[in-house]
Design a protein around this ligand. Structure first.
Ligand code: SAH
Length: 251
């Protein structure tokens, strides 16, 4: 069994000692029932991880000794920011969990013309739960860093932000027949000189982006990209594009 991994606040690590409390101590003591002598991995979300040997395990308090400190692995070189239109909670949570496993670095919920009021209202209400889902998925999938869940943004503001220097910004559109993801990626890889290390991906709501939104995105230099003739659900499209990009760029 691989060693259990926990993202913890950096201040819980002091020199060679680690003190764990709260929910994590409970999980170690009562759920995983780990005993002194056994090992866990703790990550401080700065890109490092520590292998820790447990010394004292009790319900609310666990003490360990750092055996080894090493760079955290599990992070792709390619940074993907997913601007995902609000969805019903369960579907949005699916994107957060699978996107974390895939290696997405940042999730930005966006509000589009066809976003439903119910979906938008859930964006802030569910924030804490969603951060927990990301943390669990990041620990389970051996991510080296916690993906960031940003606060919800209006579509236009997201367009402005997404075209930062050195970022490849694409808006996924089922109406785009000219540029397929395959061509867009081939083009990126062709100019070796400046391989982007960051991709911004826009995925629309259940009802899709409006023509005005697609037009506005192109005004910002965000390129419409198609994923083929089939209409994918909103929670499918971003994951498909992200995995194709990581496959192409990390391979
Ligand atoms: N307008 C569609 C629903 C949109 S699907 C319909 O008539 O049912 C939700 C989002 O997924 C879209 O806004 C788009 O961002 C993405 N998407 C779905 N299928 C796609 C495809 N074949 N190519 C590119 N993006 C797609």
């Amino acid at each position: 069994m691989t060693q259990p991994r926990f993202f913890i606040p950096p201040e819980w690590i002091r020199e060679q000692g680690v003190t764990l409390s709260g929910e994590i101590a409970h999980q170690i003591c009562s759920v995983l029932r780990l005993r002194p002598g056994e090992r866990i991995v703790v990550l401080d979300n700065t890109g490092w991880e520590c292998e820790v040997e447990l010394q004292r395990v009790s319900q609310g308090n666990v003490i360990g000794r750092v055996i080894e400190e090493r760079p955290a692995t599990g992070e792709p070189r390619t940074r993907i920011v997913l601007y995902q239109a609000a969805l019903r909670a369960r579907r949005f949570e699916f994107v957060l969990q699978k996107g974390t496993e895939l290696g997405i670095a940042e999730f930005v919920p966006i509000v589009c013309e066809r976003s439903l009021v119910a979906e938008v209202s859930e964006l802030d209400a569910k924030r804490e739960r969603w951060q927990h889902i990301i943390r669990e998925a990041a620990e389970q999938s051996h991510r080296g860093r916690l993906p960031v869940l940003r606060t919800a943004m209006m579509f236009a503001l997201a367009c402005q932000e997404a075209v930062a220097i050195g970022t490849c910004a694409w808006i996924l559109s089922e109406h785009e027949r000219h540029t397929h993801l395959k061509q867009a990626l081939a083009h990126v890889k062709s100019n070796e000189r400046k391989l982007p290390v960051a991709f911004s991906l826009f995925v629309g709501p259940e009802g899709g982006f409006t023509a005005d939104e697609i037009y506005l995105a192109t005004q910002y230099g965000i390129q419409p990209v198609g994923l083929g003739p089939r209409i994918l659900r909103a929670e499918t499209a971003g994951l498909v594009a992200a995995s194709a990009i990581l496959y192409e760029m990390e391979a």
